[in-house]
Ligand binder design. Sequence first.
Ligand code: XMP
Length: 328
Amino acid sequence: NWTMKSFIDNEIARIQQIIGPNGQVVGAVSGGVDSTVAARLMKEAIGDRFHAILVDNGLMRLNECETVKKNLGDHLGINLKVVDASEIFLDRLKGVTDPEKKRKIIGNTFIEVFESEALKIDQETKETGHCRIEYLLQGTLYPDVIESVSFKGPSATIKTHHNVGGLLEDMKLKLIEPLRELFKDEVRELGKTLKLDDELIWRHPFPGPGIAIRILGEVTPSQVAIVRAADHIYIDEIKKAGLYRKISQAYAALLPVKAVGVMGDKRTYEQVITLRAVETVDFMTADWYSFPYDVLKKISNRIINEVKGVNRVVYDISSKPPATIELE
Ligand code: XMP
């Protein structure tokens, strides 16, 4: 594609000019399309002088951390450091049930872990006689730019999101934002031109606080395991039915209740999984997705049979507004 190719060439030249021949850049990656495309551009422009950090918060989906490591590190050759901080996150979430408290703990811990890794890399580059870190990469898109300039968007005020403002102040980092003029569909096209996997390009959005906000009530390792297993089955069946691209976002979550069931000749008293799937253009409003019943039937049978600790599955039929896409 002509326009995308010229955008890439121009952007790489622009990055090289800003960063210079020795400059070093640090940035967080999540495995999502924005941060991956941004990281891929940086790699192309300045090679290993771009340092990507993936914070494993223990709240990513099944096998997700390994997949990101394979995609970005092995496949794309990005200079990637994976930090396993899952214990710190889960430890700080112990006993916490309030949604906003969960979000704040996760957001603050993320910033703390990311900053400390960035400082370590800064120290290492200094010790090896290289330039120190000067820039922070952010995968900001055009809609985020408008939102933060003209008004505080609903998700920014209703639910707490992350930012790494501390780094900018303490380390005096400057921002580099190669996607700041693009809309989401343009980022996807860019990803395609950069030969990223379709799987990655069309991945549903996944929130920063991860499955912590999909476990209503306390987040414990066993609850994380249940949601991961149920979500994996759900997404797997959606893909098998050929519906993944039609649905804008889908996930399984755990409700903070138990219900009675029967298994063989025994009474069970177990947890309830709720399934969410929405269609939306801008994620500001959304409709719940009308699943074919046979697909729902298969999903529910598999979750109840394969996930220990779950004896009921329900489907969320709430639109946004007044509901939100996530549960917390
Ligand atoms: P809600 O639940 O507000 O979600 O309807 C709208 C979209 O935003 C995503 N979301 C987040 N993304 N950090 C993120 O990066 C967050 O803290 C966060 N909270 C919600 C949500 O998954 C949906 O796509």
